[in-house]
Design a protein around this ligand. Structure first.
Ligand SMILES: Cc1cc2nc3c(=O)[nH]c(=O)nc-3n(C[C@H](O)[C@H](O)[C@H](O)COP(=O)(O)OP(=O)(O)OC[C@H]3O[C@@H](n4cnc5c(N)ncnc54)[C@H](O)[C@@H]3O)c2cc1C
Length: 478
């Protein structure tokens, strides 16, 4: 297990906990807990070790606190930001829900972690992280505050030292000192802030940079950026926080971020969880069983893929997966009595006046990306629901890549909008560069608002990124 976390020799005491799949707060807490436990029990981490944790996200804070629990007394946590869980800090409108991604595991609707099933396996418990950190659905900013508090308890005791506002830029092993010399820059000024010594380094620097920009149109006139995922938004407001809502809101992307945004915009609910809670009691036993089987198949096929790839490409696997979910959702819609119950449940949840026909999803291909089952299923259900409410309306653009955006476009009818210039007939494998250079112009359509969720650039990690090639780890620890 340790070897799975380890960087290549000759740097035996450097481990990392980023860039894994699946990645959720819960997964990161578990990974960090297991890593520290194994380091301690194998003697690679000792009470006298100088431990440096790079990154004060969920993984880094957990690693630091766990190390102190085992008896390490010199723990430093360094972060570019001056805040703990900086990714989520400051976001007061988005729910962070670790159990959402475990659906339909038995503990999902109880918000209990670890799984409350009888087991003899010694899971490290979340409660040991700190009495104040509850792994339950909460606003993102509250998570940041909870983790910051947990860390501060150990800072006051003198065993942890949080070093904010620094970027770790390099490390080298000093044979004279018999430890690593780690170099820091001031994150703001990008000037050197010196170095410190460490016996063991845990790189918990996250999994990359979120892609929220597209070229401004005409090409060469800069970039257009939409709001980052973890920032305050008004998606649940009646008009999505837009000054006017005539043309609609476009969500571009096929991953979990865009599906979550589509769900929130259409339903006005905080997350897929609320929608599922409303729909589930209305499902027939047949539909319920079918969905459970689908999710099971989904998970197993992902695991199996690691050992024996069954499809020629990831795109083929995702297309097959999507088709299975879609066929089941469409079967449900085709059954008059079953669908009536689902539609009634959604009617009761979503106010009649909500502009469900003003939300659009732009996909590069005909399928979603690798997504959590609940997001996938709830999005497909809501797409059917929107079509049921607005016959003839189709909220999904398929095979569309955004070439560029005119941020302030004057409409022929007067007023301004955001003009989205697209490439048509793209696939999920079409790159951003290919879209920008698409032969001919696919077309353009104005919107009142646009959200760009084009994934995570996992190559954007800064510290010795060449060494941080993705690894496969035991996938979904319980
Ligand atoms: C769009 C999106 C939605 C998500 N939704 C959910 C959700 O609802 N529920 C859930 O459980 N999970 C969700 N996740 C996943 C969750 O955000 C991650 O699992 C979690 O933040 C990863 O924690 P981490 O500690 O590994 O990394 P991060 O939280 O990214 O922390 C890494 C830290 O390292 C610092 N750092 C990086 N490089 C350096 C360096 N060189 N020197 C110093 N510091 C450095 C960064 O500043 C950062 O603070 C979502 C992720 C995304 C992108």
């Amino acid at each position: 297990m340790l070897d799975k976390f380890q960087l290549t020799v000759p740097e035996p005491d450097i481990y990392r906990i980023g860039q894994y799949r699946p990645v959720s707060i819960r997964d990161q807490v578990i990974r960090a807990s297991f890593l520290i436990e194994r380091l301690w029990t194998t003697g690679r981490l000792k009470s006298t070790s100088k431990l440096l944790v790079i990154g004060a996200g969920a993984a880094g804070v957990t690693a630091a606190v766990k190390a102190v629990h085992f008896g390490v007394t010199q723990v430093r946590v360094a972060d570019v930001s001056d805040r703990v869980l900086s990714l989520q800090a400051g976001c007061t409108t988005r729910w962070l829900d670790p159990a959402q991604y475990d659906w339909p595991a038995s503990h999902w609707d109880k918000e209990v972690w670890p799984v409350d099933e009888p087991t003899s396996f010694p899971y490290p418990t979340a409660t040991k992280l700190s009495a104040v950190v509850n792994l339950e659905a909460d606003y993102a900013d509250e998570w940041s505050a909870n983790f910051a508090f947990a860390l501060s308890v150990y800072e006051s005791a003198g065993s942890v030292n949080f070093v904010p506002g620094v970027k770790v830029v390099d490390w080298t092993f000093s044979t004279t000192k018999a430890c690593y010399e780690v170099e820091f820059d001031d994150a703001a000024t990008k000037t050197s802030k010196g170095s410190l010594d460490a016996d063991v380094i845990i790189f918990a620097g996250g999994f990359g940079k979120e892609l929220v920009s597209v070229p401004a149109w005409p090409l060469g006139s800069g970039t257009y950026s939409s709001i980052p995922f973890w920032s305050d938004d008004a998606f649940e407001q009646p008009n999505f926080g837009l000054a006017s809502l005539n043309l609609g809101m476009l969500v571009s992307g096929a991953g979990d971020g865009s599906l979550q945004d589509f769900i929130r915009l259409v339903s006005g609910q905080r997350s897929a969880r609320e929608v599922w809670k409303a729909v589930e009691p209305a499902l027939s036993p047949t539909a319920h069983r079918a969905f459970e089987r689908l999710v099971d198949w989904d998970r197993n096929s992902q695991d199996a893929e690691q050992f024996a790839p069954a499809y020629g490409s990831m795109c083929e696997r995702l297309a097959a997966l999507h088709a299975r979910y879609q066929a089941e959702v469409q079967r449900l819609r085709g059954s008059v009595a079953e669908w009536a119950a689902v539609a009634a449940a959604l009617d009761a949840l979503i106010p009649t006046a909500r502009p469900t026909d003003k939300v659009f999803l732009a996909l590069k291909s005909a399928h979603f990306d690798g997504c959590y089952s609940l997001n996938r299923l709830v999005t497909l259900l809501l797409i059917e629901y929107v079509q049921h409410k607005h016959p003839g309306h189709f909220p999904v653009f398929v095979g569309v890549g955004i070439r560029g955006v005119v941020p302030t476009y004057t409409l022929p009818t007067g007023g301004t909008a955001i003009l989205v210039v697209v490439a048509l007939s793209t696939t999920c494998e079409t790159t951003a560069a290919e879209i920008a250079n698409w032969p001919g112009q696919g077309g353009a359509r104005p919107f009142d608002g646009i959200v760009i969720r084009h994934g995570i650039d996992t190559t954007a990690l800064s510290v010795k990124s060449a060494k941080l090639a993705p690894q496969v780890v035991p996938s979904h620890l319980p």
